[in-house]
Design a binder for this molecule. Sequence first.
Ligand code: C2E
Ligand code: MG
Ligand code: MG
Ligand code: MG
Length: 286
Amino acid sequence: RSKRRGRGQITVYSNEIAEQMKRATQLEQALRNAIIADEVDVHFQPIVDLKTDTVVGFEALARWIDKDLGFVSPAVFVPLAEERGFIDALSEALLRKAAEAALSWPKELFLSFNLSSAQLMDPSTAFNILAIINRTGLDLNRLELEITETAMMTDPETAQKIVSELRAVGVKIALDDFGTGQSSLGRLRDFTFDKVKIDRAFVCRITSDSASEHIVKAIITMCQGLELEVVAEGIEDFAEALKLKSLGCGMGQGYFYGKPADAEAALRYIEEKYLLVDATNIGSML
Ligand code: C2E
Ligand code: MG
Ligand code: MG
Ligand code: MG
């Protein structure tokens, strides 16, 4: 194809590639500077018990607003940090901030934190995480780590070893974005997890598309049989919440319950949706 485009075209395309590489390098430098300056922030999105509609934990989500580039999605800068070899520095800063914030929540609430694929290939990951968490003083039982099947697949042996080391000391493991990527039911049998997070791609069609409903229903039933907890991601409206409740889904997360927001907003959310709920309900959770 490139032959037919002729010389001029090829030049245009190589300029574009050069331009892209330049942008990525600018982004990398800006991100490195932001990490050093402690400007990468962490936001929190509530995860609720669908039976009681009360908050049970929060997922930490990285947030970065650069003064020149503006808002940059973690879906862009997390993979960049991985490719350029400084995901550890980024993740450490985020986990420390997230754990510090979680210290001021009621102790029944868990903190869920995303691990990237590069971290699942690094044998020192479990040690690094435990060192950070122990330094902050957060109870290990309150920590959950989210991993994706795709991320695990690059080096399944190392990933399984990391998972085992963490679970042995009480950290829970959630399988994120379940149903997308390199899903395999065999993985649910071979690997040991505590929780499955049903991907938003199914949840967002659950009230309009019966295929999605059947898939979600099957995942919930399967999780019940395997004694895995289950969270539906990306619940955006009341109808979706109602449908998931009727299917027996244990937990939910999404804009309907709360958008990711900063640590202060998470505390206000807890005051409204947790501390002020019926005292008998709190009593039963303690
Ligand atoms: P994820 O772990 O699957 O996180 C859920 C994403 O869905 C978040 O996007 C969240 O803001 C978004 N979301 C939640 N509820 C709704 C909803 O009701 N509707 C819609 N449309 N979206 C919803 P976000 O924050 O942009 O993060 C994107 C991805 O970046 C995350 O997907 C995760 O894979 C990665 N990520 C974010 N923070 C971190 C981090 O600290 N470390 C690592 N390794 N990855 C991170
Ligand atoms: Mg996640
Ligand atoms: Mg997810
Ligand atoms: Mg995702």
